[in-house]
Design a protein around this ligand. Structure first.
Ligand code: MSP
Length: 660
């Protein structure tokens, strides 16, 4: 017997909060589906999650509550674990950064890098964002505020230890250049390379003295280890790296994939790999930076009141419905907006109409036309071929999609089979066959084929919707066993005959959208009020950020003008911004470089019509984010009340040419 292949996947470790919202569950729900899929398809899986428990913020909150940090954390931990248990997240290990096994590895790794000279002592001065625990340089700030969370920063200065991140600049450049799959989706790679690697990496401050809730630097206990340096080590401390027993580390490292949200890609694809290089360890095979789930058009925020929680949706519709929606509706790499309307309409169309009806119609017909006994198929007709072929292909399509972490694509292929099977009912009209005793063998075959397709579907959906898969097995009269394994998912004819089917309630009853919208709103508001002690505020809708208009013309010096770097760029790609109707996301060629510019021209141009156009671009504007997408420059245009036109060149000229 061959040994199973290992698969190690991780979610980020969460900041402890008793208030995790629907967006927070996204990484973990996706990781869970991947872990279940890998187990089903024969891997030995280690799926790690946990909590990130150090840092000044925790210390301050605990002080304000009059408890010790660990008392505060232990309390909150119950809420997080309960949420994961409500969602039946199948993690294999849960690591807390306050556990001795983690702290010991952090200290040993810190010592190792200090001994090697990759950590040294110096003095740090910079802009510090307390909520994000991040130091920023002036050029990284966004309008003087933290580029990650947009909050105020303050100057902080302290004696500190530094990690020689700059030493790994070249190796990191090679990593990105030679491993196109190291960071996915590709757009995130461009962001890392253009915004961080190209300007050059500075050494990273990795210790703090202004508070003490952290892992002590082993040889200088005035200092605690910087929380991000501490946190990323969880991926190897959980495997026992540098402990007495490194068995798991040897077995599972390097990780197959770290799943992270897009805002923490920098830590996982620059700092963490450099730390691993310094420790002489292999790098994770892949980091996937998924998009955000917005509420309507906005980032979910408790204080703005535009927040949706998972619990009310689970209470009302069950975890399978929620998991299906999250992974089917949104493309994993992009931002997506949650609205109760979208949720309900998908439940009705995909789950109630397509899957629910298919199962209930089929089981009802086996009951009615064959006394609830699974018939033996004896009379195949050519029309069966297409269904059988699609059923066989679907498992391969799902496998290919899951390998790319394309959860939505995997579910879409499964639902093609659901639709094809529903169509087969209409094509074969079992109710007409049932009228003619001579056609009984054909009727039996049709009923068997429908049931067999449902068996295949029940295995394919299992990583996403285990409860539904179990309910289908009960209705088909089968149990977990040979016929439910991945090995036979595509082997037509595996469903045993002669078993008694059991008609159950529709798997997903059709929902009355108007009524359910009210129920969701009420339940969410109640949950919010219980969690926070405040009534839910009316959601605020943030205006689309648009380039500011210059109202007055004032004279400038020639030197001021020369500061503006104007160049001709060629638009090579254009698409709509997923979360802002007015914006287009453009990729423009500037000499050898391609960069992203977000521009408020969606009203005037179809994306396709822009590709190939040469436009004038201000290239040295500080990058800024427009509705979550980085814009690296500005496209010039002219408009009056009637006409809007891009500033372009009279003759074609090399992209990147300077404009005077
Ligand atoms: N503690 C750090 C991670 C350290 S990993 C070494 C952290 N924690 S977090 O609690 O803020 O975020 C945990 C995960 O939730 C991240 O992957 C983050 O991207 C994800 N999400 C939080 N809000 C989200 C949405 N609205 N939508 C999708 N995912 C988002 O970062």
């Amino acid at each position: 017997m061959s040994e199973k292949k290992q698969f190690y996947l991780t979610t980020p470790i969460y900041y402890p909060s008793g208030n995790l919202h629907l967006g927070h569950t996204y990484t973990t729900v996706a990781a869970d589906a991947l872990a279940r899929f890998k187990r089903l398809s024969g891997f030995e899986v280690k799926f790690l999650t946990g909590t990130d428990e150090h840092g000044q913020k925790i210390q301050l909150v605990a002080e304000a509550k009059g408890v010790t940090p660990i008392q505060y954390l232990d309390g909150i931990m119950k809420d997080i674990k309960k949420l994961w248990s409500d969602l039946e997240i199948s993690y294999d290990d849960f690591i807390r950064t306050t556990e001795p096994r983690h702290e010991a590895t952090v200290q040993a790794a810190f010592q190792k890098l200090y001994d090697k000279g990759d950590i040294y002592k110096g003095e740090y001065e910079g802009y510090y964002c307390t909520p994000c625990e991040s130091f920023w340089t002036e050029s990284q700030l966004n309008d003087g505020k933290c580029p990650d969370c947009g909050r105020e920063v303050h100057i902080a200065k302290e004696e500190a230890y530094f990690f020689k991140l700059s030493k790994y600049q070249e190796k990191l450049e090679t990593l990105f250049a030679e491993n196109p799959n190291f960071l996915l989706p590709v757009s995130r790679k461009n962001e890392m390379v253009n915004n961080f690697l190209k300007p050059g990496l500075d050494d990273l401050c990795v210790s703090r003295t202004t508070f003490d809730w952290g892992v002590k630097v082993p040889f200088d206990d005035k200092h605690v280890v910087y929380v991000w340096f501490d946190a990323v080590i969880n991926y190897i401390s959980a495997l026992g790296y540098l402990s007495d027993d490194e068995g798991e580390f040897e077995k599972f490292w390097p990780a197959d994939v770290h799943l992270v949200g897009k805002e923490i890609v920098r830590f996982h694809t620059l700092i963490w790999p450099a730390m691993l290089m310094a420790l002489d360890l292999p790098l994770p095979k892949q980091v996937f930076g998924h998009g955000w789930i917005l509420f309507g058009n906005d980032k979910m925020s408790k204080s703005k009141g535009n927040v949706m929680y998972a619990e009310p949706l689970i209470d009302l519709y069950g975890i399978d419905t929620l998991k299906y929606f999250l992974l089917r509706e949104f493309s994993f790499g992009s931002d997506g907006s949650f609205t109760p309307e979208k949720f309900l309409s998908r439940v009705n169309s995909d789950l109630a109409n397509d899957l629910g009806n298919l199962v209930s119609r089929t089981i009802a017909m086996v009951e009615k036309y064959n006394g609830a006994i699974m018939p033996t198929p004896t009379m195949t007709e050519p029309i069966d071929g297409e269904l059988k072929k699609l059923a066989g292909d679907t498992s391969m399509n799902v496998e290919a999609a899951m390998d790319k972490l394309d959860f939505s694509g995997a579910l879409e292929s499964i639902w093609k089979l659901v639709s094809r099977t529903n169509k087969y009912i209409d094509e074969t009209t079992p109710w007409i066959l049932a009228k003619d005793e001579e056609r009984k063998p054909r009727l039996d075959t049709v009923l068997y084929n429908l049931s067999e397709s449902i068996r295949i579907i029940s295995i394919l959906i299992r990583p996403f919707m285990e409860k539904t898969s179990n309910r289908i097995w009960t209705q088909l009269g089968i149990e977990e066993g040979h016929e439910t394994t991945w090995d036979v998912v595509g082997v037509w004819g595996t469903l045993p005959v002669g078993r008694t089917v059991i008609k159950g309630a529709n798997l997903f009853p059709r929902l009355d959208i108007e009524k359910e919208l009210i129920r969701i709103e009420e339940k969410n508001a109640k949950f919010f009020a219980e969690k926070t002690g405040q009534p839910v505020a009316k959601p605020e809708v943030a205006p689309v950020e648009e380039p500011e208009e210059e109202e007055e013309t004032s004279m400038i010096e020639y030197e001021d003008f020369t500061k503006v770097d104007l160049r001709v760029a060629t638009i090579v790609e254009a698409k709509k911004h997923p979360n802002a109707d007015k914006l287009l996301i453009l990729q423009v060629q500037l000499g050898e470089e391609t960069r992203q510019i977000v521009s408020g021209i969606a009203k005037y141009y179809q994306p396709d019509a822009l590709v190939g156009k040469q436009v004038m671009v201000v290239t040295n504007l500080k990058p800024r984010k427009l509705r979550g997408e980085i814009s690296h420059g500005m496209i010039l245009a002219a408009d009056d009340e009637e006409t809007f036109t891009l500033a372009t060149v009279a003759d074609s000229i090399a992209s990147g040419t300077k404009v005077w």
